[in-house]
Design a protein around this ligand. Structure first.
Ligand SMILES: Cc1cc2nc3c(=O)[nH]c(=O)nc-3n(C[C@H](O)[C@H](O)[C@H](O)COP(=O)(O)OP(=O)(O)OC[C@H]3O[C@@H](n4cnc5c(N)ncnc54)[C@H](O)[C@@H]3O)c2cc1C
Ligand SMILES: *[C@@H]1O[C@H](CO)[C@@H](O)[C@H](O)[C@H]1NC(C)=O
Ligand SMILES: *[C@@H]1O[C@H](CO)[C@@H](O)[C@H](O)[C@H]1NC(C)=O
Ligand SMILES: *[C@@H]1O[C@H](CO)[C@@H](O)[C@H](O)[C@H]1NC(C)=O
Length: 487
């Protein structure tokens, strides 16, 4: 499995000794062809895990072109790493390949006048938020500050301000992409427009994104937002879901909210708690009025504050996302699905089932159902056929987050995750399972990640730009084109 490394250039590694190629042969061959600034290391080297000197130079791109063509001609699989937060099980198919680590491609250039921002392929969400806050600008950012901003945008990228601006990919203006044949293309609305469509929602299928330019927006409410945290007991679940249903019918664009349904050892919470978080891009008084139906349920631990927009990830839910989402090395079993309606009886049933199951088997305690609901406004600003991002009409993006204390728990937790997904799917409002590609487990298949309607176009783009399936490790649009690469 690939973890997160900060390095520069390429990292060749071989967990399977002498898979198809001797690592030293790969090392020698790459050393001979790459520019002197590139760093190459073997998995066995000390330098492999260590941070290299930061550099801020997009001119390294030709090195990546050479690396990509080298990998292609040697039939060695290659995987790009942005910030290493991708977790789909489909990544485990990469064994004995080349890790193309974008590492220190982390520069940010903000042009407030032109309302654009240009970033390197490995910049994270917090770096973006900090730079934009300082410039009096904003953009939709993911909930987790540590994930790759570019990486997130390649699959859409959703977060609290998506209610205002849609998925992050809707703000993409241009990408410098190294394709499978080693070309460095500037891809935008006019040049390679077909590829631009595919990059916005299925981007990891098509190449290595070195440099990304986004549209940015003047800060809402002077860059300040309301953050409201509160906790409900499991027995209030029906009232909470009813309030969710009500809000879903008229959610203003400035309001985003999330629920986390999970086990609590606190006897007062009777086994299950529902932590709620509301973010409002406006004055606190307005935000509070909107969430009054939830406050009327007399939740515990109410904490309402006004914060800098950039700090939302670190304060929301008491900082839970920053605390747990930024520490690598967890044993994480992810499941997810999109919901197109709020089916209150089904949701109450799922919470009751979860409570009973956890009561009967303590191993299941590390399970949460995480609900994200962004306002439809932002998602509807662009036409449905404007990009590969397919889920503009989802009411909620739901994750079943399971943390195992030990690998031996994986089989039982995997079953539980799948069971919860099936139960939630019954109330989804759709027959087929739809899953936001970045939240997917990896077992769902291309039609669930990209929709059946979009697949023919994506498959045709794959045939044009990645005919041998070099970039087919991360929930790919075509599953079976990678046979002749080292696996
Ligand atoms: C704790 C946590 C919280 C999350 N919260 C959110 C959220 O709120 N909203 C949301 O939308 N998503 C969220 N995600 C999912 C996130 O969008 C994906 O994990 C995304 O892949 C992160 O990008 P990365 O660069 O960190 O990952 P990586 O693992 O480095 O990359 C993931 C995939 O994208 C490819 N890739 C990455 N960068 C590039 C590039 N520059 N060019 C070409 N290919 C590239 C990689 O090859 C790989 O296949 C979350 C994930 C975690 C672990
Ligand atoms: C790579 O795979 C192709 C197709 O299977 C084959 O023709 C070619 O000889 C292989 N190249 C190397 C260097 O192994
Ligand atoms: C797309 O990129 C090309 C090449 O850099 C540039 O000439 C063109 O103006 C760009 N188009 C848009 C819409 O930005
Ligand atoms: C309430 O939230 C703020 C951040 O918005 C935080 O600084 C503070 O510690 C929280 N208070 C409690 C009691 O948790």
């Amino acid at each position: 499995m690939l973890a997160r490394w900060s390095s520069w250039g390429f990292v060749a590694f071989a967990p399977l000794a002498l898979a198809l190629r001797d690592p030293q042969t790969v090392y020698d061959a790459l050393s001979a062809v790459l520019s002197p600034g590139s760093e190459i290391s073997l998995a066995s080297d000390d330098t492999y895990q260590k941070d290299f000197t930061p550099r801020y130079n997009f001119a390294q791109a030709p090195t990546y072109s050479i690396g990509v063509t080298y990998a292609r001609d040697s039939n060695i699989s290659i995987l790009t790493t942005g910030r290493g937060h991708g977790y789909t099980t489909s990544l485990a198919r990469v064994q004995g390949g080349i890790n193309l680590d974008l590492g220190k491609f982390d520069s940010i250039h903000v042009d407030s006048g032109a309302k654009t921002m240009t970033i390197g392929g490995a910049v994270n969400g917090y770096q973006v938020a900090t730079a934009l806050q300082e410039a009096g600008m904003e953009i939709a950012t993911p909930q987790c500050p540590c994930i790759g901003f570019a990486g997130a945008s390649l699959g859409g990228g959703i977060g609290p301000y998506s209610g205002l601006y849609g998925p992050i990919s809707d703000s993409l203006l241009s990408v410098d992409l190294v394709t499978a044949d080693g070309r460095l293309l500037t891809v935008n609305e006019t040049d390679f427009a077909d590829l631009f469509y595919g990059i916005k929602g299925a981007g990891f299928n098509f190449g290595v994104g070195i440099c990304f330019t986004f549209r940015i927006y003047p800060a809402t409410n002077s860059g300040q937002a309301m953050n409201a945290d509160m906790t409900f007991v499991g027995s209030q679940s029906e009232s909470v879901w009813k309030a969710v249903e009500q809000l879903a019918a008229s959610q203003p664009k400035e309001l985003a909210f999330g629920l986390s349904v999970r086990y609590s050892p606190d006897p007062a919470l009777k086994g299950i708690m529902i932590a709620a978080n509301f973010i409002y891009a406006g004055p606190q008084s307005e935000g509070k009025a909107l969430i009054q139906p939830f406050l009327d349920l007399e939740p515990q631990g109410v904490n309402i504050s006004t914060v800098d927009w950039k700090d939302i990830p670190s304060v929301a839910n008491g900082g839970a996302i920053t605390n747990y989402g930024c520490i690598p090395g967890v044993y994480y079993i992810p499941y997810s699905l999109n919901l197109y309606q709020v089916d209150v009886p089904n949701l109450v049933g799922v919470v009751n089932y979860m409570s009973e199951a956890i009561g009967a088997d303590a191993v299941l305690q590390g399970t949460s159902i995480v609900w994200q609901q962004y306002a439809p406004h932002g998602f509807q600003l662009q036409a449905d056929d404007s990009s590969a991002f397919p889920y503009r009409d989802a009411k909620a993006f739901v994750q079943i987050d399971i943390l195992a204390a030990h690998a031996s728990q994986a089989p039982v937790l995997t079953n539980f995750g799948r069971e919860l997904r099936d139960l939630l799917q019954r109330g989804s409002g759709r027959d087929q399972l739809d899953v936001y590609v970045h939240f997917a487990h990896g077992d769902e298949g291309p039609a669930s990640w990209y929709t059946a309607e979009r697949l023919p176009k994506l498959v045709s783009l794959k045939e044009t730009y990645d005919p041998t399936g070099m970039f087919s490790w991360y929930n790919p649009a075509i599953l079976a084109t990678t046979q002749h690469y080292t696996v």
